[in-house]
Design a protein. Structure first.
Length: 48
């Protein structure tokens, strides 16, 4: 049903994008600009 997305920061293939960002790249979620973004824009910015 859901495919895996490739992280642009580390190159890993991940299924759960937000969990990956929280665990592996917590500095990205601390950014004020990210809090304003929708999930679609987060996927475009950090995943392929």
């Amino acid at each position: 049903m859901f495919g895996k997305a490739k992280c642009k920061l580390c190159g890993q293939n991940v299924r759960f994008a937000l969990r990956h960002l929280k665990q592996k790249h917590p500095e990205t979620l601390g950014d004020k600009d990210i809090k304003k973004l929708k999930m679609e824009n987060i996927m475009k910015k950090y995943f392929t």
